[in-house]
Design a protein around this ligand. Structure first.
Ligand SMILES: Cc1ncc(COP(=O)(O)O)c(C=O)c1O
Length: 427
């Protein structure tokens, strides 16, 4: 039966507030307290106490072990982790990196700071980058590919590895939305040359705010990334420790701190269980709405593990009397924190990254148009970029975060709201 939608003045399904993404307990508070007490009891308070001490090393070791990697570096955001990767690659200006335009600019801002030019490739029904379009976009300037595992769903790593080997490119994994996801049984972040994660408040787990981490098995990349994240200084625990205290190359200060690392260690110990809960919530919702074929789930390859940082549903073409924005607004009015198309793709003029002013206006280094015109006859014109498949798919998506902190009641309300709105709007 079609019910009067809350957006039209009907009774909302719930008025109860949904929970925050993460719960901080006595164990988190105890971990921070311990770091502060240690700091107070130290006379001279060397750098190991609050910035680069046992908590940071413990996290780096456990996280890199999980990803079968020799090295891990904890930094202060996902953007900093990925920027450090470009610092590690140390590309020549004017070279190119291929990436999906449906991601945070954090996936590529470091490339631009290094004089690289982002080239955007289309996505497929997995909502991840389409290897066919990646290969199409390769030129003699291409140096790297970024595989963003979208919403927790792994990219086609077999094809991306083949392409990166064939053209001798770095394969960077951006796992910010996909902690603990698996591509054909392999945990993401353990497959490419070097990988990064954001660990901010809205990610799968967090260091109470902003943090990021990168891992690699490549010693050269590790050393340069470590230096890049720490002003290329010669620190006691860094790869340049034997040398005098000098800045070895142009670099940033992206250091995390012991307080954040101490919470990360607690949260990391629970992350696997919390992610299981997210998958269970997402699967429950998908099962309960499987009789609505007009709502198409993001495609997951058999034997891949989607960890549902975000549950994305694609509205079947011409099946609804509304668009994805109206659909999600109607669900929000029912009291459920739902999202419309990712990055506003759809009615919004700013959808994929190539429509953002930074690219349409080439607004980076003053009025120079650098690096978009470097060693080119004319500057790259992002107004000509078009990822048609992605624009169509993404403009029809509605999105929900199946948080580990949700109650059964929250999940039940969500299912009820999706069904109520779908029933109303289906043609
Ligand atoms: C895919 C992806 N990459 C990078 C980032 C940037 O991470 P941070 O916000 O920690 O800098 C985000 C942020 O959400 C993201 O979703």
């Amino acid at each position: 039966m079609r019910k009067n939608l809350a957006i039209h003045g009907g009774k909302p399904i719930t008025k109860r507030k949904f929970p925050a993404p993460h719960y901080f307990g006595a164990d988190d508070i105890a971990a921070i307290t311990k770091v502060l007490q240690k700091a107070n009891s130290h006379g001279s308070r060397p750098i190991e106490v609050l910035q680069r001490g046992t908590e940071r090393h413990k996290f780096e070791e456990n996280f890199s072990n999980l990803h079968n990697s020799k090295y891990g570096i904890l930094v202060n955001s996902g953007t900093s982790a990925i920027n450090s990767i470009y610092g590690a690659i140390n590309p020549d200006p004017g070279t190119e990196v291929i990436c999906t335009p449906w991601t945070s600019i954090g996936s590529i801002s470091g490339a631009i700071f290094h004089g690289m030019v982002p080239v955007f490739a289309d996505i497929d029904e997995t909502l991840c980058i389409d290897p066919i379009d990646v290969e199409r976009k390769i030129t003699n300037k291409t140096r790297a590919i970024v595989a963003v595992h979208m919403f927790g769903n792994p990219c086609d790593m077999k094809r991306l590895i083949e392409i990166s080997k064939k053209y001798n490119l770095f394969l960077i994994e951006d796992c910010t939305q996909s902690h603990f996801s698996e591509y054909q049984g392999k945990i993401v972040g353990s497959i490419g040359d070097i990988s990064a994660w954001g660990l901010s408040e809205h990610q799968h787990f967090t260091g109470a705010g902003s943090c990021g981490v990168l891992v690699t098995n490549n010693t050269k990349l590790y050393e340069r990334a470590f230096g890049y994240s720490d002003q290329a200084l010669n620190r006691i625990d860094g790869p340049f420790r034997k040398y005098p205290y000098v800045h070895n190359f142009l670099a940033q200060n992206y250091n995390a701190n012991e307080l954040a690392a101490s919470i990360l260690n607690v949260q990391f110990s629970k992350a696997s269980i919390n992610i299981e809960k997210k998958i269970k919530h997402a699967q429950n919702i998908l099962d309960q709405i499987s009789d609505i074929p007009e709502l198409i789930p993001q495609k997951v390859r058999p034997n891949d593990r989607h960890t549902y940082w975000n549950l994305s549903l694609i509205l079947s073409k011409n099946a609804f009397k509304c668009d994805a924005n109206q659909f999600s607004e109607a669900i929000q009015a029912e009291g459920i924190p739902f999202g419309g198309p990712y990055l506003g793709t759809g009615n919004h003029p700013l959808g994929p990254l190539y429509k953002h002013p930074v690219f349409t206006n080439l607004d980076a280094f003053g009025k120079s148009k650098y690096p978009f015109n470097y060693k080119r006859i004319r500057a790259v014109d992002y107004k000509l970029s078009k990822c048609s498949n992605g624009e169509d798919l993404m403009s029809r998506t509605i999105n929900f975060s199946p948080l580990s902190t949700l109650t059964e009641e929250n999940v039940g309300n969500t299912i009820e709201a999706i069904r109520k709105v779908a029933t109303y709007y289906i043609k």
